[in-house]
Design a protein around this ligand. Structure first.
Ligand SMILES: [Zn+2]
Length: 165
């Protein structure tokens, strides 16, 4: 189970109320890693739950693995600006949607925004990780370089968990 596999214990899940909803990206979800809490909005899909859990886990990922996430994902998946994306559809409604200004990484058939928690490299790597994590757990099959990276993160998070030898 995912909690054991990544040692993702102690995460608090809440339904987003009105005050939080204004901060919830696209009405889907938002994570507050410092307090281990995830708020889920009305437009959340399965991918949202994993994406936000990915943000909580990111705080625990050592720097050396963060650098691998950034370099290996950027080598495999195209990164484009909103102006280069001509025919984006909303993940929920499947209607054409105008994307917010920013950078996006194309993972599977989804453009995942890289700037919604800040436009510095660290924030972008956090978004890349959350998007990889969500795609992996919603069934996307990755090339071996990315699949092994996700396994290495899982192993490291278990090794770092309190109580592991
Ligand atoms: Zn995110």
């Amino acid at each position: 189970m995912i909690t054991e596999r990544y040692h993702a214990t102690g995460v608090i899940w809440r339904r987003a109320g009105a005050a939080i909803l204004s901060k919830v990206d696209g009405g889907r979800g938002v994570a507050y890693p410092k307090v281990g809490t995830i708020f889920i909005g009305p437009n959340a899909d399965l991918s949202t739950y994993y994406h936000e859990l990915g943000h909580i886990l990111y705080e625990r990922i050592p720097e050396i693995l963060r650098r691998r996430i950034a370099s290996e994902a950027r080598a495999v998946f195209p990164i484009v600006s909103n102006t280069e994306i001509k025919c984006a559809l909303d993940a929920n409604s499947h209607q054409p949607v105008e994307l917010p200004v920013g950078s996006y990484i194309l993972i599977g058939d989804r453009y995942c925004g890289l700037d919604h928690s800040g436009d510095d490299v660290e924030s972008q790597t956090n978004e890349i990780w959350a998007s990889l994590f969500a795609a992996h757990h919603t069934g996307l099959v990755f090339p071996e370089s990315i699949a092994s990276l996700i396994r290495d993160v899982a192993t490291k998070l278990r090794d770092l968990s309190p109580g592991s030898a």
